[in-house]
Design a binder for this molecule. Sequence first.
Ligand code: GLU
Length: 495
Amino acid sequence: MVRTRVAPSPTGDPHVGTAYMALFSYCFAKQHGGEFLLRIEDTDLARSTKASEQTILDSLKWLGLQWDEGPDVGGPKGAYRQSERLPIYKAHTQSLLDNGHAFHCFCTSERLDEMRKAQMAGGQTARYDGFCSQLTAEDVAAQISAGTPFVVRMKVPASGVCTIQDRLRGPIEIDYAQIDMQVLQKTDGFPTYHLAVVVDDHLMEITHIIRGEEWINSAPKHQLLYEYFGWPMPELIHMPLLRNPDKSKLSKRKNPTSIRFYKDMGYMPEAVLNYLGMLGWSLPSGEEKFSLEEMVAHFDIDRISMGAPVFDVEKLKWLNGRWLRETLDDEALADRLSDWAFNRDKLMQIIPLIKERVEVFSDVAPLAGFLLEGLPLIEAEQFAKLKTEPGVAIKVLQFSLWHLEQASDWRSEVLQAGLKQLAETMDVKIRDFLAPLFIAISGRSVAPPLFDSMVVLGPDLTRARVRHALNTLGGVSKKQAKKLEAEYRQLGSAL
Ligand code: GLU
């Protein structure tokens, strides 16, 4: 039985890269009559949030990817949220310690820093030097009873070559000398990704691991752990990473990367999924438009294209146009539009913002239309007419964007309080601060209440509009961004 999984960490927006991995994992499993699982990797307590987990689940569901087992639907191999599996990781770490495959490490961060600096100065790879692996059992017991904080690290052979097999790339050789004695259990007792992923993939009987190529370097550590536990190794399939048009790793600075953005912009889930599929694979006939069912029916993992897949929003838009025209009749399109935003719920969000400002129904569309648009048409001259100085306007937009990218609570009063505080810390009058934001969000200088509008638009469209406004003003160069970032960070300590 083929079993695959997608294992997102709930630390941010639902990323198109996650959907890409989920899609290929899904197709491979389904093509073999197998099962596809969803596991939440939330062992990074400080960065994981429930809200992020929920939007990831919602976004993947919106795309139409159904998992057979997962935190919301349960299943025989649960729990499917790593934070609920801590005793399992503890027991497995203990068994590695008992069998001499792992050791307690009491090194302070100062010692580790010095060690790394010295290694790098000598042209070596920064890597744990094994100091604590030499401690006697008595030393270890004494340190533990003295309450010295510790991590648990895995042992790695001092020499030799590790060969991992990747289905798409063949054998990959990496010298053990390049592989770090990875921390498996952190000082807080939580497992690291490396331990948890191996234990879970084994216990959840995953047969094929499909994930991004950025994990290739971790594969030797994982393979060693499989060997230490005496478990069979699942097959590895590392997918090429999605890229920006300039071939750099797909990043939200250059492309909207949140699945929710595409939903809020009014893309069809079928088209987004089709596009993600097209980035790594093609139908034998060469037809670019295909459904999930067609992809499953014809899927061949060995035909995954190894070229760097460029995520091109224009191409996605073109494909969406085909889906819209070729698969939706007028009735179906009307239903979709009403599901998307032309519905009563949306109106009930909008009405309180505009009621005081309209006299007849036909006043509504001109006033509230921007809440149903993608990116409003704006021009640099609109900013030039403001009292806010051009340099200040750029700074306000960029700092607000950074602030909004961090904001996880998207309630109007919270947004207002946060941005007001930012204005005060920047020492910019609130009127001058809000004016460029009004244009960015609504396309006009007079509009319904700003923060409530941001709530109606949601985080992704709001951020996209601020980014779009910055671009309209000529964009922020790398050098300028660095300077602004330093300034923003300094403000951060005052915020
Ligand atoms: N939690 C990891 C991530 O967020 C999963 C990597 C893997 O698939 O092994 O990408």
